[in-house]
Ligand binder design. Structure first.
Ligand code: MIG
Length: 804
């Protein structure tokens, strides 16, 4: 008999000295005397993968996180050895593997700088209880190193000094520092000496990260099973680290329809139909732009997925059409729990086809959720996903619902200790049969994936829209997400800010919080401040639980309504700007929100900043997160910035006080920026865009800007029918030149640009468009110039203003 004490005595095990080495194209295998094999795959010049087995045999190589589109290939691969190390070198990274103990150190190949080095390196403990190993890794923390990322953790930006757990959990009314919550994204970014790298620990078991919490100079991560399997990606720019991470784990498979970047209104629950109409009509009456209305669980018959409560919603198809005629896209919630009911077709079918999850010894996994006792589809089975996708036919194709909201997919189970399935539940895991210990963190992701495929199929030729609560790394390929059940408090407003930035840093940019707070009720001031932050989040939705009063933009009196309208209008004006940022995210993996550290990692002031962030490429925003504020102090990064409200110019690199009464907030625009704007619309597509407004912020010197547009929905853009404008601005004492380089086959509806010239240091004397002088009396009003959208070079010539 093995006694616990004996097991404990066994403790951590370590690889011993390397006795053999072999190379297979881009992959190297190092074997230790005690049978540990380290597999290093050179994925790209800047991405290495490290995998360990303690039994000489690797598990089947399968990952839900890594996309099949991940790029492979490198320019250079040199392998050398001396008596101490093997040395693997690409154009970006030098990796040394110690012959004595398999420890790894990673260097910048350009300047030989040490980026990341093992402390104990890989070690493990045998798991008597479950078989396999508890796999562990520890690395030295370099002097002054900071850490970022890790998904939705509700903590300050810099993770240093903290320990975290990844186990997807339904966390109603979580607070600052609650851990874990809804998402498991085991990816972090390290930064020291102005150089950033990333580590993605692709292991779906319950995992842990310790950033100098246990020991001041050590960072470690470990998991309760599976393989030590991680990717190291080098920057040195943080943006490139995140872009590399999304190259591996994927980017959204298509752009969202533009309306999905509009404002959304939600509540648990709007019913019956007359209530839904009252809400949507009020938006139109009060002229508050809104594109989407949500149906929470009460639209269903006894919470049965894919059914309708006919008392509340007698004719869903008609209602959905009427809402759409009024500009509202209907989004319906779908949960994973399927009510045990022999007269319910979805239940019967899944039972017949053997699609429900089972316990280790055979019984079904039974758990209580909203419908009462439920069984749960095993979304890790590809057949189940296909079946699930098919269930959306009626809802989407026939009834006309435009988006689906996946909730409770942690999976959440009521009235049980762990709030989820027990560990012994079995999963298909795409043929790699396993228990819930391994499948838990990806269950919600696979549900969202199946939902996405349903939406994609039945929305075609329009784009799908899905929102999920639970997620693992890679979920950003299929869906948007929100931060779960937050609370209507000031603290939660700043948590929402941190979470959205963190999710963007973690490769998942299509994110937002329940504006105003889900639990409890905000007062008007808090709601207004939250809207101000929310319009800068890629996903922008007010949501609240039913039992705490109203939370519509007009629920707090006229003054607040006016403020809310004003900010939502700004969102709608900035849609082409946000869409361009989304396009960059979807194509290049550039986060839509950039924490200041991601924006300027060389400036040490940014390393511990939390509140300020860059929205897209050029706009700096900073929410007010305290009551009774007339303004706030904030850090403005290096460079010159125009105040959004009055176009005054300030110099960055300092903390400054910014006035911001309740109807304002600190917003700045980077000098040299060209910001595209659409007219205010009540919903996307309400108006045909008659001209594109461009705010041009003068700068001495050069700056580049982009504007991406397409049909705002559909897939033609993938066949080249998009319009991309690359602008090159050059400002001098007495002239401003803007060049435009166009690509794509999409013809925009407008013919002209309305160019608003801001901050010109001279009076305009002459304007040339493609070398032809234009008549100023007809085309220039004040500082606004109207010219053809086709120009390639705009040359504005001034008289020097004489400064007295
Ligand atoms: O147990 O569907 O986070 O957004 O309104 C609560 C009702 C279930 C939790 C979600 C929330 C949603 C609510 N759901």
């Amino acid at each position: 008999m093995i006694l616990n004490t004996e097991l404990e005595l066994k403790g951590n095990l370590f690889p011993t000295k390397i006795i053999s080495y072999k190379k297979d194209v881009d992959t190297l295998y190092f074997t230790s005397e005690n049978g540990v094999v380290l597999q290093i795959t050179v994925q790209r010049d800047s991405i290495f993968r490290f995998r360990f087995t303690t039994t000489s045999i690797f598990e089947n190589d399968f990952s839900y996180a890594i996309t099949k589109y991940a790029s492979r290939g490198f320019n250079q691969l040199d392998i050398t050895e001396n008596e101490k190390y093997y040395c693997i070198q690409t154009s970006k990274i030098i990796c040394k593997v110690s012959k004595l103990d398999m420890r790894i150190s990673l260097f910048d190949a350009v300047d030989n700088y040490l980026i990341c080095e093992d402390e104990l390196g890989f070690h493990w403990e045998e798991s008597h209880e479950n078989g396999g190993d508890i796999v562990k890794m520890s690395k030295m923390s370099q002097i002054g190193e900071s850490y970022y990322g890790l998904g939705d953790k509700p903590v300050q930006n810099n993770l240093k000094g903290k320990r975290f757990e990844n186990w997807v959990t339904d966390s109603y009314a979580y607070g600052r520092d609650t851990d874990p919550i809804y998402k498991a994204i085991p990816f972090y970014v390290g930064l020291h000496d102005k150089k950033a790298y990333g580590i993605f620990f692709d292991n779906t078991f319950r995992s842990f990260f310790d950033f100098c919490h246990e020991r001041r100079n050590v960072t470690s991560f470990w998991a309760q099973g599976g393989e030590m399997n991680y990717y190291f990606m080098y920057g040195p720019n943080m943006v490139d680290v995140v872009a590399n991470y999304t190259d591996l784990t994927g980017r959204p498979h298509q752009l969202p329809p533009l309306w999905a970047l509009g404002y959304h209104q939600c509540k648990w629950s709007y019913y019956p139909e007359s209530k839904v109409k009252e809400i949507t009509n009020t938006f139109r009456e009060l002229k508050i732009p809104c594109d989407a209305i949500y149906l929470d669980i009460d639209y269903m018959e006894g919470f049965r997925c894919f059914t309708w409560n006919k008392k509340y919603f007698p004719d869903p198809k008609r209602m959905v059409k009427e809402l759409l005629d009024n500009g509202f896209k209907t989004i319906a919630i779908i949960d994973p729990g399927i009510k045990i009911d022999k007269d319910y077709s979805v239940f019967k079918e899944a039972l017949d086809k053997d699609y429900f999850c089972k316990r280790a010894d055979g019984p079904y996994m039974k758990g209580k959720v909203w419908p009462g006792e439920c069984y749960f589809p095993d979304f890790t089975n590809p057949k189940v996903r296909e079946w699930w996708a098919g269930l959306f036919k009626e809802l989407i194709e026939d009834i006309g619902v435009k988006g689906v909201w996946n909730d409770m997919n942690e999976p959440a189970v009521m009235d049980v200790p762990g709030k989820t399935f027990p560990d012994d539940v079995r999963h298909d895991y795409d043929g790699n049969h396993c228990s819930h210990r391994k499948a838990h963190n990806i269950y919600g992701m696979q549900m969202a994936r199946a939902t996405y495929h349903g939406l994609k199929k039945f929305s075609y030729p329009k784009r799908p829209f899905v929102i999920t609560r639970a997620a693992y790394a890679g979920t950003q390929r299929y869906t948007s997400t929100w931060t779960g059940d937050n609370v209507a408090t000031w603290e939660h407003l700043s948590i929402a800010n941190a979470q959205a930035q963190r999710m963007c840093m973690s490769g998942f940019s299509f994110v937002g919080s329940d504006i105003g707070g889900f639990a409890e009720q905000p007062n008007g001031e808090l709601y207004a401040r939250w809207i101000q932050l929310g319009i800068f989040h890629p996903f922008c939705r007010t949501h609240s639980s039913g039992d705490h009063g109203d939370q519509e933009p007009w629920a707090f009196g006229d003054n607040i309504t006016d403020i809310v309208r004003k900010f939502i209008e700004i969102r709608y004006q900035l849609l082409p700007y946000l869409y361009t940022a989304f396009w960059r995210y979807a194509t290049e993996g550039i986060p839509i929100l950039k924490s200041l550290v991601l924006y300027d990692q060389a400036d040490a002031h940014t390393h511990y900043r939390n509140d300020e962030f860059i929205f897209g490429e050029k706009i700096l925003a900073c929410p007010i997160t305290e009551p009774n504020a007339k303004g706030r102090r904030m850090y403005v990064p290096e460079g010159n910035w125009y105040n959004f409200w009055d176009n005054s110019l300030i110099k960055g690199g300092n903390e400054v006080w910014v006035d911001a009464d309740l109807d304002s907030m600190p917003i700045f625009v980077k000098e040299g920026a060209i910001i595209p704007k659409y007219p205010i619309q009540q919903y996307v597509g309400e108006k045909q865009i008659g001209e594109l407004h461009l705010d041009v912020f003068f700068k001495f010197g050069q700056e580049k800007s982009q504007v991406y547009e397409d049909a705002e929905d559909g897939f033609d853009y993938k066949k080249g029918r998009f319009s991309l404008r690359n602008f090159n601005l050059l400002g001098k004492e007495d002239s401003l030149t803007i060049q435009q380089f166009r690509s794509g086959k999409f013809i925009t509806s407008y013919e002209t640009f309305e160019i608003n010239l801001i901050g010109l240091p001279f009076e305009i004397r002459k304007v040339e468009v493609d070398n032809v002088k234009i008549d100023l009396s007809s085309s220039l009003k004040g500082n606004v110039l109207v010219i053809s959208k086709e120009f390639t070079e705009l040359h504005i010539i001034g008289k020097k203003t004489i400064l007295i």
